[in-house]
Design a protein around this ligand. Structure first.
Ligand code: SF4
Length: 278
């Protein structure tokens, strides 16, 4: 077994039950690498999971404390835990694109506004893949899915001059980045920065869904062809104007540790009220 998996993950969750060739395991491994390189142990991290493929594959895998939330609701649980837990305990969430940018978007915005100290890793399979491959908020324009047989014709959150990370920045997030699951060292380094920020951090990580997205949109389930398509649509590999890439990667915004964090604000307010009215 992989030594990091042996150190941090429960044996019954290894190997993953994800489809062969799925990029979810690559993301899971990068998070564990980041945790290890920061010198954190299983007692230092509480791991929360959402719904869909991302939630299912990472649920209960962490050897330490775990929790799960229904679609888009893992943030409310995190808010309560953040206020209740010691300041140094890290809260890491693995959620899907629906949890973060669809059903859960309003909850995410309020976490960003409050600058809640959590690290959200958005495992984005470009649509509703666990239910058979319907389009979602990040499905690329023009690509066929189970529910868009003539091609995705709705505007999404990542093309046409929109970037959902911009909305999160305006809402008050203090660390934002994007990396595909195919990236290596850069992705691990930015996950480490996200965990170290004492405030709201989100790393958007698109990954290849071989079974549903690729099968319909790309017309192939061969991992090598799907991974090539990902590479060809990632920043730095796309001919044309800068910004033409579907996956614009790197740090989007870094204002780490620049704003008061939410649980600290709550504690300060409580102390002030107690001082005034005791
Ligand atoms: S359906 Fe797609 S995203 Fe879900 S586990 Fe299979 S390959 Fe991965």
């Amino acid at each position: 077994m992989d030594p990091l998996a042996e150190k941090y993950l429960r044996p019954r969750k290894i190997p993953s039950t994800a489809c062969s060739g799925c990029g979810l395991g690559q993301i899971h491994k990068k998070i564990v690498m980041a945790i290890d390189e920061l010198g954190l142990g299983i007692e230092d991290v509480v791991w929360g999971t959402g719904i869909g493929c991302a939630g299912r594959q990472t649920f209960g895998a962490w050897k330490g404390d775990n929790f799960a939330g229904t679609h888009g609701r893992v943030y409310a649980i995190s808010t309560g835990l953040r206020v209740a837990l010691p300041r140094d305990k890290k809260i890491v969430l693995t959620v899907g694109d629906g949890d973060a940018f669809g059903i859960g978007l309003l909850h995410v915005l309020h976490c960003a506004r409050r600058n809640l100290d959590v690290t959200v890793i958005v495992c984005d399979n470009l649509g509703y893949q666990s239910t058979g491959g319907q389009y979602g908020w990040t499905t690329p324009e023009g690509y066929k899915t189970d529910s868009s047989p003539y091609g995705m014709n709705e505007p999404n959150w990542v093309q046409g001059g929109r970037d959902v990370l911009g909305i999160l920045r305006e809402a008050g997030a203090t660390f934002l980045a994007r990396h595909t699951s195919l990236e290596g060292r850069e992705a691990v380094e930015d996950i480490k920065k996200a965990i170290q920020n004492r405030g709201f951090s989100l790393v958007h990580m698109p990954f290849p869904c071989i079974t549903n997205f690729a099968g319909r949109a790309l017309g192939t389930r061969k991992p090598v062809e799907v991974y090539r398509w990902f590479k060809e649509h990632t920043d730095g590999n796309v001919p044309g104007k800068p910004g033409d890439a579907l996956f614009k990667c790197g740090v989007y915004f870094d204002a780490s540790n620049s704003r008061v964090e939410y649980s600290e604000l709550v504690r300060n307010n409580v102390a002030e009220v107690q001082r005034r009215y005791r």
